[in-house]
Write a protein that binds this ligand. Structure first.
Ligand SMILES: O=C(O)CCC(=O)C(=O)O
Length: 292
């Protein structure tokens, strides 16, 4: 384990890395890559299940297995459900989202050689479409506007990175109070400010939705395969629709919590980090037991 000798380019950390360092790097850059988050066997099993489920044809749309509106690709097998609370990601999700968070939506992305990029965007903060921030003026979100409560976990099932394509972003952009300049928006990943992090098969990229990010052109002969699980604070939601539990697949208690409706943390939504999850008067409250 490295301790203090990181450079500003470092975003790739190892499993078991010092959490303090991971937290700092995530906060600094707005994203983090965890190397070898999945074993080679886990990657092979997930890819095998994707092969059985016929991904979109070459060159056609790049998303598959989306939810809400059903369980999405969770229905394709237990290994997809086991990614919901995989031990490789839970410590990092916890330091970004606290003890109470939920899965808001998910989808997969596949791309074949020559497929074109997706524009740079962020869902929260100065560059989000709902903020309506004027270009070139400092934007301070009003008190009611949430900025950092969404984290995307993108599992890489095939190699992605510089010279290949995939997820790209402007490191640190989640902190800026200025809207993305139009000149950068126009050239997207060709801007020297945009990086495409190395994300080999088995690694996972975590990023805040306040980060300016996008999809680069896919240049490799192999297919891009990435599974995106989008988590948010328990009291938040992107839509009124929900990801439903897959049929015929047994979920753990913690996975069931992740699929719950939104609720105030601890009061109406239990901690994910407490084994003592107790149903209390129709709601679930951790560490509180019914009387009598
Ligand atoms: O992984 C990618 O290609 C980018 C995903 C994206 O744009 C998003 O999550 O909004």
């Amino acid at each position: 384990m490295r301790t203090a000798n990181y450079t500003v380019e470092d975003v790739m950390v190892a499993i078991g890395e010092d959490l303090e360092m991971m937290q700092y790097l995530f906060d600094l850059h707005g994203y983090l890559v965890i190397e070898d988050a999945l074993s080679a066997d886990e990657v092979a099993v997930l890819n095998g299940l994707l092969d059985e489920n016929e991904l979109p044809a070459k060159g056609s749309k790049n998303r598959f297995g989306s939810a809400p509106d059903g369980p999405g690709f969770l229905q394709w097998g237990k290994p997809f459900c086991d990614l919901l609370d995989h031990p490789s990601i839970m410590p990092a999700l916890r330091f970004r989202l606290g003890d109470c968070f939920r899965l808001d939506r998910l989808y997969g992305m596949c791309m074949s050689k020559g497929m074109r990029r997706g524009g740079l965007h962020s869902d929260y903060g100065a560059s989000s479409p709902i903020a309506g921030a004027p270009y070139g003026e400092r934007y301070r979100p009003p008190e009611w506007e949430m900025v950092q409560g969404f984290v995307v976990v993108a599992w890489s099932l095939t190699d992605a990175g510089p010279g290949i394509g995939g997820f790209c972003c402007i490191p640190g952009s989640h902190k800026t109070e200025y809207r993305l300049p139009r000149s950068i928006q126009e050239i997207g990943e060709d801007s020297p400010l945009v990086v495409t992090p190395e994300a080999p098969a088995g690694s996972v990229i975590l990023f805040t939705e306040a980060l300016t990010h996008g999809t680069g052109d896919w240049k490799a002969d192999h297919q891009r395969r990435s599974l995106l699980y989008k988590y948010c604070l328990s009291q938040m939601a992107w839509t009124a629709r929900r990801v439903s539990a897959p049929e015929g697949i047994e979920l753990t208690g913690r996975q069931e919590i992740l699929l719950r409706d939104p609720g105030d943390p601890h009061r109406y939504f239990p901690s994910l980090f407490d084994d003592d999850v107790t149903v209390y008067r129709g709601t679930t409250v951790n560490q509180r037991k019914p009387r009598g």
